[in-house]
Design a protein around this ligand. Structure first.
Ligand SMILES: [Zn+2]
Length: 86
């Protein structure tokens, strides 16, 4: 494509004119801007997920009681189910 500013021939998809530095092809710009928005949204979601995970693990009150209670429940279920299966 030719530079609209100076008329120099540039490679297709070139960002700037090699001769005068004028920005070429305005078409790919919205797409890249869209991808930036998508990536920022994904980063925000990932950050929120990490934050929620961090709060869930650190908000258990030391983390000593919750796992053991889950363990005892699981073992109780296992022992109550064991006799039923002959
Ligand atoms: Zn130019």
């Amino acid at each position: 494509m030719n530079c609209p500013q100076c008329g120099a021939e540039n490679m297709r998809g070139a960002e700037k004119c090699w001769q005068c530095g004028t920005r070429l092809n305005a078409e790919p710009e919205p797409r890249s801007r869209n991808s930036v928005i998508v990536w920022s949204v994904m980063a925000a979601v990932a950050l929120a997920a990490i934050l929620m995970l961090f709060l869930a693990t650190s908000g258990g009150g030391g983390g000593g009681g919750a796992p053991s209670s889950i363990d005892s429940t699981a073992s109780a279920v296992a022992t109550s189910t064991a006799p039923a299966v002959k």
